[in-house]
Design a protein around this ligand. Structure first.
Ligand code: PLP
Length: 343
C-alpha cells in the first residue's frame, strides 16, 4: 500500500516551519532603517530583548545560526588554536568546516561521556592539556557546548552540569561558546528561563528560525566588546543587511513563543512511543527530536517517503523533528501510515 498521493507529513526539520499570519503582519508593519550605516530600530529592539533573555550585555542579529557560530569562533580563535566541541556538534559536522576554514580553529571532538550531548568536566580538563607546556605545544583556547544537542537527539545539558563544564573550562583557561541554536527547547522542557542555561559563558548563539517559526534569523551574544568585534566580522562575511527590521520583526514574534515549544516535545513523545510500540528502536526524546536506529538509513528513509512521511538522516540514524506546523493528528496519521506500511 502506498500513501504517495497523500500530502506528506514533513518531519525533516523544525526549520521548515512557515511564518504564520501574525508573524507576516508584524513583518509588514516593521519600522526599519539602514542597519549597516547606523541602525535599524526593529533589529535594535530584537538585539536588546535577546541580550536580556540570554542574560548577556549585548547581542547581534545574524542571518543564520551558522553565521552566528562562525562569528563567535572567529572572534575567539587565533589561527591554529585548538577548540573543543562535543562529537557530532553542529560546529564540527554541519557547518562545512568553516570553524577550521574561516575561523582557523583546530577541532577536537569530545566524547559524550556524561550522557547524550555532553562531556564530563574531567574530559574537558584532560582535553585542554596545559597552557604552561613548552613553546611547541598546541594552544587550546575554547570549549564549544551545544544545548540542546542536535545530533544527540535534542539532548539537554541541565543547568548544574552546564555550570560544572563552564567551571572546568575556566580552570584550564578556556573561553566558552554555547551553540544555543536550540536553547529555547532546553529552556521550555526544563521550565526554566533561557538565562539559566547561559550562566558563565562568554558567548552564545541562538536561532529563531527553528521551532520558533521565524523565516530567518539568529543572534550571537556576549559582552559589549565582543559584539563590537562580532559586528565587524558579520559585515566581513556579508551578513550586514540594510532594512533587516522586516526579518527581526519575525524574530520578535518568535521570542514570544518559547513556551509553546513544549507542545512539540509532547508530539515527539507521542511519536517515539508509537514507534517503539511498532518495534522501532527509538530513544525517549528530551525535546522535539526523535532518533531511530535502523539497519539501513537510506532504505528506511525511502520507504518512509513512499508512505508519505518525511525524515532526514542524522548521526547514522533516522531523525524525525516535531514542530509547530504538524498537529497531534498528523503524528497519529504518520504512525498509522508507518504501521500499515510495515505489514
Ligand atoms: C540549526 C542549528 C545551527 C545552525 O543554524 P542555521 O540557521 O541553520 O545556520 C547551529 N547549531 C545547532 C545546534 C543547530 O541545530
Amino acid at each position: 500500500m502506498t500513501f504517495g498521493t497523500f500530502p506528506p507529513i514533513d518531519l525533516r526539520s523544525d526549520t521548515i516551519t512557515q511564518p504564520d499570519d501574525a508573524m507576516r503582519s508584524a513583518m509588514a508593519r516593521a519600522e526599519v532603517g539602514d542597519n549597516v550605516i547606523d541602525t535599524d530600530p526593529t533589529i535594535r529592539e530584537l538585539e536588546d530583548r535577546a541580550a536580556d533573555v540570554l542574560a548577556t550585555a549585548s547581542a547581534l542579529w545574524t542571518p543564520s545560526g551558522t553565521m552566528a557560530n562562525l562569528i563567535a569562533l572567529s572572534v575567539h580563535l587565533r589561527r591554529g588554536d585548538r577548540f573543543l566541541a562535543t562529537r557530532g556538534a553542529h560546529v564540527l559536522t554541519n557547518e562545512l568546516g568553516s570553524a577550521a576554514w574561516l575561523a582557523g580553529g583546530m577541532p577536537e571532538p569530545l566524547e559524550h561521556d556524561a550522557g547524550p550531548g555532553r562531556p564530563t568536566p574531567a574530559t574537558v580538563r584532560a582535553a585542554a592539556g596545559t597552557r604552561s607546556g613548552p613553546y611547541y605545544v598546541l594552544r587550546t583556547t575554547l570549549l564549544c557546548l551545544e544545548n540542546t544537542h542536535n545530533a544527540a537527539g535534542g539532548a539537554i545539558t541541565p543547568p548544574d552540569e552546564h555550570a560544572q563544564l563552564v567551571a572546568a573550562a575556566r580552570d584550564v583557561g578556556l573561553n566558552v561558546h554555547l551553540d544555543g541554536a536550540r536553547l529555547w527547547n532546553a529552556a521550555a522542557a526544563l521550565g526554566l528561563p533561557p538565562a539559566a542555561l547561559t550562566v558563565g559563558v562568554d558567548t552564545v548563539s541562538a536561532c529563531f528560525s527553528k521551532g520558533l517559526g521565524a523565516p530567518v534569523g539568529s543572534v550571537v551574544a556576549g559582552s559589549a566588546e565582543f559584539v563590537d568585534e562580532a559586528r565587524r566580522v558579520r559585515q566581513m562575511l556579508g551578513g550586514g543587511v540594510r532594512q533587516g527590521g522586516v526579518l527581526a520583526a519575525a524574530c520578535l514574534v518568535a521570542l514570544d513563543r518559547v513556551g509553546e515549544l513544549t507542545e512539540d516535545h509532547e508530539k515527539a513523545t507521542t511519536l517515539a512511543t508509537g514507534l517503539a510500540e511498532l518495534g522501532w528502536s527509538v530513544s525517549k526524546p528530551q525535546t522535539n527530536i526523535v532518533l531511530a536506529a535502523v539497519p539501513d538509513v537510506r532504505l528506511t528513509l525511502e520507504s518512509l517517503r513512499e508512505l508519505g512521511v518525511l525524515a532526514l538522516p542524522m548521526a547514522g540514524k533516522v531523525r524525525f523533528v516535531l514542530h509547530r506546523d504538524v498537529t497531534g493528528e498528523d503524528v497519529d496519521e504518520a504512525l498509522r501510515r508507518i504501521k500499515e506500511g510495515g505489514r
